[in-house]
Design a protein around this ligand. Sequence first.
Ligand code: ARG
Length: 588
Amino acid sequence: MKKLIEWISEEVAKAFKKAGYDSYYGRITVSNRPDLCEYQCNGAIAAQKAYQKASFLIAEDVAEVMDSSEVCEKVTVMKPGFINIKVSKQFLVEYLQQMYKDARLSSDLSSDPKSIIVDYGGPNVAKPLHVGHLRSAIIGESLKRIGRFLGHRIIGDVHLGDWGLQMGLIIIELKERKPELVYFDESFAGEYPLESPFTISELEEIYLAASIKSKKDEDYRERALVATRELQENRRGYMALWNHIMTISVNDLKKTYKKLNVEFDLWKKESDAQPYIPEMIQRMKEGGYAYEDQGALVVDVKKETDVNEIPPCIVLKSDGASLYTTTDLATLIARIKQFHPDEILYVVDKRQELHFIQIFRCAWKTGLVKPDTKLSFLGFGTMNGKDGKPFKTREGGVMRLENLIRDIDQTMYRKIMKNKNVKDTDAEKIAEMVGLSAIKYGDLSHQISRDYVFDIERFTSFEGNTGPYILYTIVRIKSILTRYVKEGGSLQENILMPATSDSEKGLMLKTARFNSVVDNAFEEKAPHKVCFYIYELSNDFNCFYHKTKILTEENSEQKASWILLLDLVRRVLEECIELLGFSAPERM
Ligand code: ARG
């Protein structure tokens, strides 16, 4: 359905034409002075030069024509030549009534749907999920949902890190501790045990110990590098260990992602790219792209226009082992072959930007992907603690994601119990829902590329620009609707009546903007725009609610109209939080 702003824009364009000017000048924007008007057009000012006529006079000509429009209620001209527009209340009501009837709330499916792979999450097996992986999961999930809502074919891939040095580290640390294990016996030709030699917590402890040792002990690190390469060459015993690590880690990861309401279509991993590596390397050599530099194989990717020096992309290490770059490049081959995507979008820490510039350029240059396949990097900033440094535990260690979620849920539980609106038995479940809104909204309401401070107190507050505030607003609306129905009212066949107050009209106008906001959020890959929108919509609702006695209204048609508006606002809010990746309870 046509957007409200498009209706008005067309009206203004028509008026420019009718008054004898080019319709091009009819572009409008949402007013930034809501006290004066709702939409505004600055076209007359731009037209002044072309028509050699004072912009005020041009604006007056246009306003005069517009006075008869059904879409606009009032058009005024302000010096030097602004055209200020108020939307017709009747037109607005008709627009919203249509929106109410539409399951998609007047948001059109894309006319040009794309196939997009979203690479997000990016956890590494055997390492616990920590807060650094939180942002990728939350942002990627939201973009996946928004894109899908708009009709794009979105494929979410977790792209597990399973082929790097951490695997070699685990292997040699395990060997030091339990050299007798059959996995290390090179002459062993039988079947390996089905049961894993470690649990998830043992595995994490082994990795941590190995990682610390490798930083101090050159020889130890060297052995880990060799083990990594041997694993990549499919040494049998190591592959069997790798299998155990994978099974255990993936199970654990799935549990945490479930808590976060994050779901991947594909559980692909770096190692899935291994079969494509030899041929890729050969092609790069034959094509004359790759050359040896200090033993390693590299491809030049710099351009004359670069402001900063972009170093060559190392595609293979000197010992022939593959690197992060190698698997990312070969993964592109696999993805193109399987899915023929129009775009691949990487949601990764912005500190990895250089890596992606290198692999994108290398992939286009060497013909791994066609020039019209879009490769995009969406780099996010760091989640900091109140001290402005990357978020840590109180003891200064890396915060496990699980613990962070638990802390938030407990804070929420205490707050909810204080309110005493819910039964104890429900409180835990509700605390989880509200807790998730605190974490996700806290993250998504910030511009993606910016660092932000994860402030538990602020994020869990029921007031201000927070997830719990949005949920609280939804719950408030739901309880009004329930009471209305209990008192004999029905939500069916209500008719919306024109706004009777400024606060009601403000709420209506904001509600009507849903389709514009969602389109824009996807286009700019900016879920924070959805957050900002629902924050404003919630404020507008609460303002209207405080000024209007809804349930005690005696005119039953008026009451039914307000109820319809509330139900529409609720649906918009619930659709938006679904797009952000969380949901609202019935009460809280
Ligand atoms: N595992 C990586 C990390 O923890 C992130 C992976 C991002 N995706 C990719 N295709 N490189 O840093």
